[in-house]
Ligand binder design. Structure first.
Ligand SMILES: Nc1ncnc2c1ncn2[C@@H]1O[C@H](COP(=O)(O)OP(=O)(O)OP(=O)(O)O)[C@@H](O)[C@H]1O
Ligand SMILES: [Mg+2]
Length: 288
């Protein structure tokens, strides 16, 4: 059985000495000549639910790829559990924006493969399949275990990718817009599932979304990436609402509306500053 035991949420230790799961130290990274991330400093505490937001193209997915050890920073270093991501590939479950399922494997086999990779002792095929099926049921995909990615809708593929990341069992989960393709009911069910997993299994989660309500409902802290002329700039905001949160009550609160507006303002300020800079630069054109 997949263990999802209900219980009190261990409070995130906000002190300076709290165990750091991730330390990104002065990270810079670019593709070819374009600098995408410049001097990013970001710590994530063990058990923290961190949400990354920001305009399209500002480098959120790039940052997740760096955390997962799939790219190497051009400057700075990333420590996961105190070990540099260049020394050993971090142990993490990842949901990529494009799902990255193997097209030649069924939903069940995609997950079984991830479980097999992670197992320390050998398990019987039947046992592995059973675990894979339980995770597929958790994401409401029990009816589609035998389907191949080519036979699944976008939302089904997305849920299969989520099941795979959860089944991988790592303490660290990196999720890139994992609920973007889901209908609102499935989306809110999976948000609650993820909160339950984060609470009961004390996983550290770095989650990207464009949806402010989703960010506030899920996060302990929101980090907003803003496009700067020389790479992204980050602003960190603690979410002031106690967990576990009641969705309906939270969304009705005046404090929620004010906080939401605050988050929007920070995102808009970044966009406006960027547009002003662009206009200033354009006005230096040749005047034709
Ligand atoms: N493989 C690549 N080669 C060259 N440039 C890339 C590559 N991948 C991403 N980029 C560029 O890096 C920048 C950041 O891309 P990234 O995918 O990290 O943005 P994002 O914040 O995740 O955007 P979105 O919200 O649309 O997913 C963009 O300008 C993009 O064009
Ligand atoms: Mg992205």
């Amino acid at each position: 059985m997949v263990q999802l035991v209900r219980g009190e949420r261990p409070l995130i230790n906000q002190s300076e000495n709290a165990k750091k799961k991730i330390e990104a130290k002065s990270i810079s990274f670019g593709y070819e000549k374009a600098e995408i991330l410049k001097e990013i400093n970001l710590d994530v505490k063990a058990g923290e639910f961190l949400v990354l937001m920001g305009p399209s193209g500002c480098g959120k997915s790039t940052f997740l790829r760096l955390l997962a050890g799939l790219e190497t920073p051009t400057k700075g270093e990333i420590l996961i559990d105190g070990v540099s991501s260049t020394v050993s590939i971090p142990d993490c479950g990842v949901v990529f924006q494009d799902y990255s399922l193997f097209p030649w494997l069924s939903a069940e086999d995609n997950i079984a493969l991830a479980i097999k990779q992670k197992l320390k002792e050998k398990k019987k095929k039947k046992e592995i399949r059973q675990i894979a099926d339980e995770y597929l049921q958790l994401v409401q995909l029990g009816h589609a275990i035998g389907k191949y990615p080519g036979q699944m809708s976008g939302g089904m593929k997305q849920r299969a990718a989520i099941a795979r990341a959860l089944a991988f069992g790592s303490e660290l989960l990196l999720m890139d817009e994992p609920f973007g393709a889901l209908d609102p009911v499935t989306r809110s069910n999976l948000q609650d599932l993820l909160l339950q997993i984060s609470r009961d299994q004390n996983r550290t989660i770095v989650f990207v979304t464009h949806d402010v309500d989703e960010a506030i409902y899920l996060a302990d802290r929101i980090v907003i990436f803003t496009l700067g002329t020389e790479g992204a700039i980050t602003t960190s905001i603690d979410v002031p609402f106690q967990k576990p949160r009641n969705r309906k009550k939270l969304f009705e609160k005046n404090e929620f509306s004010n906080f939401r507006e605050n988050v929007f303002n920070i995102m808009n300020q970044g966009l406006l500053k960027n547009m002003e800079k662009k206009e200033t630069m354009d006005s230096f054109g040749d005047g034709i």
